[in-house]
Structures are given as C-alpha cells and as structure tokens.
Design a protein around this ligand. Structure first.
Ligand code: ACO
Length: 323
C-alpha cells in the first residue's frame, strides 16, 4: 500500500477589523457598486498595527492542531506559504515553529503568491510520500494590506489579510476512493512577471514596495490556466468533473470563480465562495475557504475536494483531496 497524506484538521484566522467597500470609497475614487459588480467583494479583514503574518498563522495553526488533536511537539514539518513574510529572514515558518512549541523537524516558507497554499500542500505531500516526515502543518498566511498602494483604486480594493492551515498526516491508501491527497499539479511561467508583481524587494530597491497589476490580462490568464490545471488533475485520477463534491477555489474574483465552475459544468451550490467577505487573501484564501465549509458542515468526511489557485509569477496549481 502506498503512503498517502491525509487531512486531520483545518483552522483559520481573520483579523478583527473589517473594512467595507463604503469605507474605501471614502478614501479612493471608487464605489461599493463598482467593487461588487466587478469582483463580488463586499468587505475585507485588515490586520491591526503590529499584528504580523506569523501572528495570524499561529492562530490558524493552533485551531488546525486542535481539530486534529495534536500539539506542536507532534508536528515534524511546517511549510508556510506567504508573499508577505514578517521579515526578509528568518522565514515566517520558523517563527510559527517556535510559537507552537515544535523544536524538532523542519520549517520553511514557500513563495508562489496566490498559488502559495497549493505549492505548500504539494511540497508537504511529497515530503510525506518520500517518508521524510510524518505530520505536517501546511499554512497560508498573508498581510497583503502592507504591500498595497492605498492610493491605487485598481488594486487596493481587491485584497485582505488572513491565515488558514491544515494538518496532514502520513497514512496508507490507493486510488480515488481512499482518504487523503490524490494528486497535486503545479505550474509556473516566469514570462508574465510584469503583469503582477511588487515593485520593491531587498535585492532590487531595499524597500518593501507595492503590488502592481495589469488586472484585465491577469484575469484572462487566470481563467485559461485554472481550467487547464483542473482538467489535468481530473484526468490524472481518471475522474470526471461530476465526481467532485466541492470546488474550493482561490478567492480572487467572483467572475473568475464562476468562469472556472462553468467550464466544469459544476452547480454553483458545490462551489465554496468567501470572496465577498474575505476579498483576495492570496495564499490564505484556499485554506480560509476550506475551513469555512468544514466548520459549517458542508464538507464532510469522504467528500472529494478540488482545490485550485493562480497567482503572480505566473504560478498556478490544483489538488484533489478526499477529506
Ligand atoms: N473603482 C472604480 N473604477 C475602477 C476601479 C475601482 N476600484 N478600478 C478600476 N476602475 C476603472 C478603470 O480605471 C477603468 O476605467 P476606464 O474604462 O475609464 O479606463 C474601468 O474601471 C475598467 O477597468 P478594467 O481594469 O478594465 O476592469 P475589469 O473589468 O478588468 O476589472 C479587475 C478589474 C477587477 C481588477 C479584474 O480585471 C480582475 O479581477 N482581474 C484579476 C486580477 C486578480 O484577481 N488579481 C489577483 C491576483 S492573481 C489572482 O489571484 C488570480
């Protein structure tokens, strides 16, 4: 029997402060109507002054470990996806490691922007399948509010802060009916860097910089790339779209989510959407959405989930996971 990574628990955390579209409209030239019609976003959570990405991540990790019935000492790998780390170094993952009382094993960050959680999940899954760890904490955590240009209405209305986490554990299983991660599929194409990037960084400007984006171009690539990677994941497992119980997509824009669901001919009732209340939380968006649907009872033991995301780089990926 092959080693398989099964999900033992999940958790999430959103900062207390909610910023509505109306609040943003008082600061930049935008309206609640424009934001809702173009994106589906109604509000976003914004981290308090001094509240760091690692703080959000630790809350989410603790909740995921509680659901899994494990403690920090039981974890032997942390893979944390973020594009907004606390510091240039050390990794945010090692800060979380210390905070949850995990002293052994390894902890590191991965950087694939909005696809970060799928990249982190794939990394942890492969470590588990290679026998290099037994129980991994996979976290997506972001404070995108810190890299937004709050005077640029084309980007500042789109993003929010938050964190989500999942505990994976080595088990045994084979085939699409067994619990756990069936497969992960990752892609990147560095030729499109200029369409979505941050105009700062330690090596280039010695500043943090701000997010810059050609929204319409990103939108087109997102719909195509996501459709392709979702089909790739289904094909790799010999499954049809109707086998999916829940689509848990990256929450960038309601129109991108609906486009992906339409291509799969999926009933919108089977699509988990949180973009209206969380906005785009980058690497945190998939585990935040997953956690909402697990906590409210929609996702049940044995359900087949399709996770997908696309982000700067470009990077994109998908995973089929039997909960
Ligand atoms: N309020 C009011 N008007 C605005 C705003 C705003 N916040 N932002 C832009 N506009 C204006 C533009 O200036 C433009 O005006 P013009 O016609 O006079 O020039 C008009 O609205 C239309 O702008 P577009 O950019 O063409 O609008 P579009 O329908 O493409 O929507 C959006 C923009 C929402 C950014 C969309 O392109 C999108 O969602 N793209 C995907 C980007 C994304 O989600 N990126 C996240 C990271 S990658 C990922 O997660 C997939």
């Amino acid at each position: 029997m092959a080693i398989r990574s099964i999900a033992r628990g999940c958790g999430a955390y959103l900062p207390e402060r909610i910023v509505t579209n109306a609040e943003l409209a008082a600061k930049v030239d935008t309206t609640d109507e424009w934001i809702q019609a173009r994106t589906g976003i109604k509000q976003r959570h914004i981290a308090a002054d001094g509240q760091l990405t690692s703080d959000l991540a630790v809350h989410a990790a603790n909740r995921a470990m509680e659901m899994a019935g494990v403690e920090g000492k039981d974890i032997d790998l942390i893979v944390l996806a973020t594009a907004t780390p606390d510091h240039t170094f050390p990794s945010t993952a090692t800060t979380v490691q210390a905070a949850i009382g995990m002293s052994g094993g390894a902890a590191f960050d991965v950087q694939a922007v909005c696809s970060g959680f799928i990249f982190a999940l794939a990394t942890a899954d492969n470590f588990i399948k290679a026998g290099q760890c037994k129980r991994a904490l996979v976290i997506g955590a972001e404070t995108f509010s810190r890299i937004l240009d709050w005077e640029d209405r084309t980007t500042c209305v789109l993003f929010g802060d938050g964190a989500g986490a999942i505990v994976l554990e080595a088990s045994e299983g084979e085939g699409p009916d067994a619990q756990g991660i069936l497969s992960t599929h990752l892609h990147s194409d560095g030729r499109f860097k200029e369409m979505l990037y941050v105009d700062g960084g330690p090596s280039s400007t010695q500043t943090v910089g701000h997010l810059r984006m050609q929204g319409r171009e990103v939108f087109k690539h997102a719909v195509t790339n996501l459709s392709n990677v979702v089909l790739e994941a289904l094909e790799a497992n010999g499954l049809e779209a109707d086998a999916i119980d829940w689509l848990v997509p990256h929450q960038a824009n309601q129109r991108i989510i609906s486009g992906a669901a339409r291509k799969l001919k999926m009933d919108t009732a089977k699509v988990v959407t949180t973009v209206s209340s969380h906005a785009n939380t980058s690497a945190a968006s998939v585990p935040l959405a997953l956690n909402v649907a697990v906590q409210d009872g929609r996702i049940k033991f044995g359900d087949l989930l399709l996770l997908e995301a696309m982000g700067g780089g470009f990077t994109w990926g998908a995973s089929l996971l039997r909960w």
